[in-house]
Design a protein around this ligand. Structure first.
Ligand code: UDX
Length: 442
């Protein structure tokens, strides 16, 4: 049965969720305070790069099931299921999450809801936020107790956002056990198709649902930093971390996924989520439980400085006056997101040490230029390598993985290639007379 749904926030999470809910057959209104974003989405343009999302968006706008607006009144007037998908960035100068956008939606929306409704929070929030917002909603809404607040965290990965929303590994729903409400019934109706296809739904209390999200991200971050720590030991011992990862990954208890050593994790989620998690645990008096995440963060940040050192030694011990090509700026392939991108951060650090850095990324050029306007933005991978003393591959885009030495060797000054993501075939480069250096490998 088609439900009337509003989605607040039209970033990666909200825009994808809105489009995918319409794809499931619901009538959806996506709401954002940013009129520019709303206008773009309404005309069928996704304001960021996300494979497959533009088709889902356009198809559902055309069918009339999906529209966008800046008006909370309009959304509250037509929808009785509300999803909250605004951002929770890191606070400036602090580890904690800034929940002001989440608070704002509740303050603006709740007074407009005058009939029974369910609000599902999707944003990643500090544990305890949902309970606080639930109380606030009941205070502000003319419908009072008839408005319920539940938490339904999102686990989508950029680059796979549509797939992760329509075919997630699991759905998680936090409800207030002291209220015998409709939230679970409504969620089962919204996600009916997914549940019919066998996707598990875990129903729990609000705090557990909030914690599922941050602990999943903490685990993933830990897994990456674990393998990067092993890379450091492999480098010291003359061993090979890729083979090590394959070998331990065969153990089903460990698993091979998220064991790729390299320049570490970045993006709009993992780094800030582990920091917010530490800050929240501290507030709750459980800070000791998460001190290991400081180490996870430190190992991760060390990958960046270590890559700068590798580039420096490839240039003969000094970056002053050197020419460095950086292939990849996005925090991972199939994304144009450069938020806390290790690749862009390394490019910036190398430039600060006196090198001329030219960068190329298949999708993230515009976003990178906004953040680091002083790097040279090349027209192609080959152009970026022009006159380079060393070529650094820092994001594992298909285009770079498939590159062959003859694509760039006529333009570089020295045949040095550094594989920051262990994504190249080392023999291909060595056989062509290049010096190849990966991460945690001989
Ligand atoms: C992450 C979580 O995976 C997702 O479940 C959550 O909802 C949001 O945060 P995302 O930020 O899209 O998703 O990126 P992800 O694919 O997790 O990669 C994060 C970072 O880790 C990237 O910079 C990536 O390059 C790096 N990474 C990933 C590694 O360095 N090694 C790996 O083995 C895997």
């Amino acid at each position: 049965m088609a439900m009337q749904i509003a989605v607040f926030g039209t970033g990666y999470l909200g825009a994808t969720h809105a489009a995918c809910m319409a794809e499931l057959g619901h009538d959806v209104i996506g709401v954002d305070v940013d009129a520019g974003k709303v206008e773009k989405l309404a005309s069928g343009d996704v304001p960021f790069y996300e494979p497959g999302l533009d088709e889902v968006l356009r198809r559902n706008i055309k069918s009339g099931r999906l529209r966008f607006s800046t008006s909370y009144e309009e959304a509250a007037g037509c929808a009785d299921v509300h999803f909250l998908g605004v951002g929770t960035p890191q606070k400036k100068g602090e580890f904690a999450a800034d929940v002001s956008y989440v608070n704002r939606v509740i303050e603006d929306l709740a007074p407009l809801i005058d009939r029974p409704a369910v609000i599902f929070g999707k944003s990643t929030v500090p544990v305890g936020t949902a309970e606080r917002l639930g109380t606030r909603v009941r205070e502000l809404s003319p419908a009072g107790d008839a408005v319920e607040l539940a938490w339904n965290p999102e686990f989508l990965r950029e680059g796979y956002a549509v797939q992760d929303t329509l075919r997630p590994d699991r759905l998680v729903l936090g409800v207030d056990p002291s209220r015998n409400g409709r939230a679970e019934t409504v969620a089962r109706a919204v996600y009916g198709d997914l549940l019919d296809s066998g996707i598990p739904l875990i129903v729990t209390d609000l705090a557990t649902a909030e914690l599922v999200k941050v602990s999943a991200n903490a685990f993933l971050a830990t897994k990456i930093s674990f393998i990067n720590a092993m890379a450091e030991v492999c480098e010291a011992a003359g061993a090979d971390v890729s083979v090590l990862a394959d070998a331990i990954g065969h153990d089903a208890r460990i698993g091979r996924k998220f064991l790729n050593a390299g320049i570490g994790f970045g993006g709009g989620c993992l780094p800030k989520d582990i920091r917010a998690f530490m800050a929240r645990a501290g507030e709750l008096g459980a800070d000791q439980a998460l001190t290991f995440l400081r180490e996870v963060d430190a190992i991760n940040m060390r990958r960046r400085t270590s890559m700068v050192e590798v580039a420096k030694s490839a240039c003969g011990g000094s970056l002053l006056g050197a020419r460095v090509a950086v292939l990849g700026c996005a925090f991972k392939p199939d994304s144009d997101d450069v938020r806390d991108s290790p690749a862009l951060n390394i490019a910036g650090q190398i430039q600060l040490q006196g090198a001329a850095v030219s960068v190329f990324d298949p999708k993230a050029m515009e976003n990178s230029r906004r953040l680091f306007p002083t790097l040279y933005y090349a027209a192609s991978a080959k152009d970026a390598c022009n006159g380079a003393d060393v070529v650094l591959v820092l994001t594992e885009w298909q285009e770079f993985r498939e590159m062959i030495p003859s694509d760039i060797e006529s333009v570089v000054r020295q045949r040095h290639i550094v594989d920051g993501r262990n994504c190249l075939e080392s023999d291909r480069w060595r056989d062509a007379g290049w010096s190849y250096q990966g991460v945690g490998r001989r």
